[in-house]
Design a protein around this ligand. Structure first.
Ligand SMILES: [Zn+2]
Ligand SMILES: [Zn+2]
Length: 260
């Protein structure tokens, strides 16, 4: 309820596939704002059973399957998301799970192909014990999505080799909350991974009030690693030097994605 900025789900376009990772609150509406046709989605990935990561998963699945008329696409999730675990989840109804033509259960340590993108599934320390992170080997370098976790050296080391580090920094310096990272953790995490670019995602209202851009700049100064605070609809182009942009808003009165 304090998520003034979107949590940090994203669309990944690599090796000819479109993968939608952690479609949280507002994901569907944001896809419409940028004129993205949800039928283009090849796969949907949900890391864990907290609504900031799964709340729009069912509508994203409906988009991938033409409103449920044509079974299509692949669904990847952890045990709490797909089956339920210890009172958590399942987060996606049986009906919606059936709309995907393939369903894959993920756990830390797995090496899987996610719609043709070789991916390492990494461990987290989180209140949903099933939660995982991801190292997507995109063909233009590794994109690491750490997902919600406490900090430990072992957690950080898993992401060595990442070109882009998507780091969920929920709170600012001096405000650590259990099972999440704060800016104090970002210094150590980024120092271990040394990516080309680190992006803060999953920022709560206290982080925004304390000037997330300034916090990222402090971390960049200390680590020497380019570090930015994520913005809604931010784009990252990995072709050469990573280019940061913003997805253009679709201004026409009619979106071709609606021509069904
Ligand atoms: Zn969580
Ligand atoms: Zn979260």
């Amino acid at each position: 309820m304090f998520q003034a900025r979107s949590t940090g789900g994203f669309l990944l376009n690599a090796l000819g596939s479109w993968v939608h990772v952690d479609p949280g609150p507002g994901a569907l509406v944001n896809m419409m704002r940028i004129g993205y046709n949800l039928e283009n989605t090849d796969g949907i990935v949900v890391s864990h059973s907290h609504p900031d990561h799964y709340s729009d998963a069912e509508v994203a699945i409906e988009g991938m399957s033409r409103g449920g008329w044509v079974r299509n696409g692949k669904l990847y999730g952890t045990k709490s998301v797909l089956c339920g675990h210890d009172g958590l989840g399942p987060c996606i109804s049986g009906y919606h799970q059936h709309l995907a033509v393939e369903k894959h259960l993920l756990k830390a340590g797995d090496r899987v192909s996610i719609c043709g993108i070789p991916t390492e599934i990494t461990a987290t320390i989180h209140s949903d014990p099933c939660n995982v992170g991801f190292k997507f080997n995109t063909g233009d370098g590794i994109v690491s999505y750490v997902s919600d976790t406490s900090y430990s050296e072992e957690i950080a080391k898993q992401h060595e080799g990442a070109r882009i580090l998507l780091l969920p920094i929920t709170t600012p310096s001096g405000n650590r909350i259990e099972h999440h990272l704060c800016t104090d953790d970002a210094y150590d995490f980024i120092d271990i991974v040394k990516p080309e670019l680190a992006v803060f995602v999953h920022m709560g209202i206290v982080m925004l009030r304390r000037d997330a851009d300034a916090q990222a700049a402090d971390v960049e100064k200390a680590t020497g690693v380019r570090t930015v605070a994520g913005k809604d609809l931010m784009t990252l182009d990995l072709d050469n030097r990573v280019e940061i942009g913003s997805a253009p808003l679709y201004k026409e009165s009619w979106n071709p994605a609606w021509n069904i």
